[in-house]
Structures are given as structure tokens and as C-alpha cells.
Design a protein around this ligand. Sequence first.
Ligand code: NAD
Ligand code: IPM
Ligand code: MN
Length: 366
Amino acid sequence: MDYKIGVISGDGIGPEIVKEAKKILDKTGEVYGHTFSYDEILMGGVSIDATGVPLTDGAIAQAKAANAVLMGSIGGNTTTSPWYQLPPELRPEAGLLKLRKSLNLFANLRPAYLYEELKEACPLREDIIGEGFDMMIMRELTGGLYFGKRVTEERDGVMTAEDTLTYNEHEIRRIAKRGFDIAMKRRKKVTSVDKANVLDSSRLWRKIVEEVAKEYPEVALEHMLVDNCAMQLVKDPRQFDVILTENMFGDILSDEASMVTGSIGMLSSASLNDTKFGLYEPSGGSAPDIAGKGIANPIATILSAAMLLRYSLDLDKEADAVEHAVKQVLKEGYRTIDIMPQEEEKKSSVTQVGTAEMGDLIAERI
Ligand code: NAD
Ligand code: IPM
Ligand code: MN
């Protein structure tokens, strides 16, 4: 079967890591008898340079016409890149937010899993790591602060900026249901994270999540305040199964969770709506500090491609094969620089490789 995949290479390390994920899709197609045709879509800084805006209507139409979209990352150095001299709605990130909103991608799944082989790259103590951990961050992606009212103006002679955080019950209910559905397929525990001791939007969040929980009597629900959650992720990450949270909290907590799995370069993600369509991207950014050096970890993007196979194309066997190949390569001791063991004396027991070599090694094992 032929699948149409939209590809957003984007900025910084984006093109480098997407190239490796395509390599993996192509190898999977070769082995299992599928073909993937790629449609390159411009978004982010490269789109600004080519068209003046971070996402054109044509680009949105291209994404809509695909079975799924694979993405690298967008954006530049936010203090030095000229893109950040532009008005906010013309900056690279605005393109990504517009795409998420236009495609109604309200459910963002970010699986944070500690590979047995990467225990030595994890900054936590051995007794905290224990048998390892496996959590799914379910982040609401089309509401909250990211899509509120934004104003910067002078008020009574004082420069003032305002961002509003709004959620309605429907937005909360649909993401909560997704969270509980996922929990039913996992260890049946949901930790709903909010700031209900301060925010009205969090109090509504908690009320609606409680209502949804009644439809899932087998799932254990707990509520946790976001500041405590940030601390618990480091103190005892094994306690978490599904973390269900709003947009901004999910953004911050997922970067934190990624680091306890060894590196942001390992954290994949899927952004889904009510259809089979999805946008698949690593959770990290364009890493301008290492762009062009050939050292970025392509695994998060490769695992995002595996999620694409699983969620949008129903190719479970193929997704399993990709995930297995990643595990195999780690077991054989290959590491990009970001997942090298922390301790000097353990470094000689593994082999450091670059972005393309890591992609080749994984492809060979499919
Ligand atoms: P970042 O995630 O790009 O980088 C943070 C740190 O992690 C850097 O040291 C970087 O080298 C490292 N890192 C990230 N991905 C890596 C990988 N695959 N392999 C090895 N190391 C990796 O975050 P930042 O520096 O705060 O942001 C840079 C730009 O990326 C900004 O413009 C930001 O808006 C954008 N951004 C885009 C996305 C996206 O496209 N989805 C996500 C996050 C940030
Ligand atoms: C992410 C990124 C984006 C976000 C930025 C680039 C808009 O940090 O996907 O986590 O904040 O959602
Ligand atoms: Mn982020």
C-alpha cells in the first residue's frame, strides 16, 4: 500500500533528524511491502525566509491532504536569530501553533520511558531509577495560555503585557477521555496535574476530570498540583503511569520527564485529533547549538515515526519492528553524545556515533 506522508523538516537540527526518520520509514516499507511518498511542507523559519510567513494556507492544505505528517522541529536561537525581530504572529513558533489549531490536534502524547540500556545516561540515583519507569504524558495542545488573548500595550503610562488562560468543559472532557482511554491500555492510573489551589481554570479542570473518571471505574485517579509534580518526577518517577495535564504544564513537565529518561533526544510525540490523522514530532526543539554538526540524536524522531505507523496507519507490526530496532542498537552499545553514560569510566564500554550512523544502524536492524 502507498501512504502519503507530509514532511516538515523545519529548522536547526530538523532536516538532519527527519532524514534519518525517513530512512527508517523507507526501510520498513521495503521489508513489509509498503511505499511512502513524501510531500515536503514548509514551516517555521525556512518558510519565513521563503514566503514571509511561518505557515502558508497552501502548507496547511498539504498537511490536510496527507495520511499523517512527520516533523523535525522549527525555530532558531530566540535571542540572536533575526526571526525573533518579527512580530509574534510571524515568528517560527506561530506556524506550529497555527498548524496544531487548524488540524484540531488537541491530544499530545509524549511517552517517557527509561530504556534498561540507558540507565547510565539517567541523571537520577540508582535507587530512584529501580526497575525503571514508563509514563505517558497526555498534554492538552490547542487551548490554555497558548491560544488565549495576547496584548502588549501601555496602560496608564506603564508597559503591560497580558496572556489569558481559558478552558471550557468540552476541551477538558475530550482530553480527559483520551487520557483515561490510554490508561485502560496501560497500568490504569491517571495523575491529573493542575494548579487548583490558585487557578479557576484548574478548578474546572479537576471537576470535569472527576466526572470523566466515573466512566472509568477501573482506573485509579489522583490529582496533583503542578509544582509538586515537577518535584515528584525527580523524586520518584516510577509512581506515574498517565500524566494528564493542560497545555503549558504539559510543555514544561514533558521536557523534565525527558531528561529523566536520559535526554530530550529520546522523547517522541504524537499530536492527534478525532480522526486517524496525526502530526508526529520529537518533543525537543531545533537545538541551534548543535545544528549542522551531525551529532543530534535522531531517536526521538524515529520513535515518532513509529507512533505514526501505529496510530495513523494501523501498522502495529511495523511500529514494533522500529521500536525493537532502536532497543537493539542501544543494547549493542551505540550512543549519540547526549545519551553517553555520565560517568567517565563507563564511556569506554559504549560506541559514540553521529546522527546518520545512528539512523543507518537502526535501519539495518529492521
Ligand atoms: P531545544 O530543545 O532545541 O534544545 C535544548 C537543549 O537540548 C540543547 O542543548 C540542545 O542541543 C539539546 N537537544 C535538543 N534536541 C536534541 C537532540 N535531538 N539530540 C541532542 N540534543 C538535543 O530547546 P531550546 O534551545 O530552548 O529551543 C531552540 C528552538 O527550538 C527555539 O526556537 C524553540 O522555540 C524551538 N522549539 C521547537 C520545538 C518544535 O519544533 N516542536 C520544540 C521545542 C523548542
Ligand atoms: C513543544 C514546543 C512548542 C510548544 C513551541 C515550539 C511552540 O516547545 O512542542 O514542546 O511550546 O508547544
Ligand atoms: Mn516544549
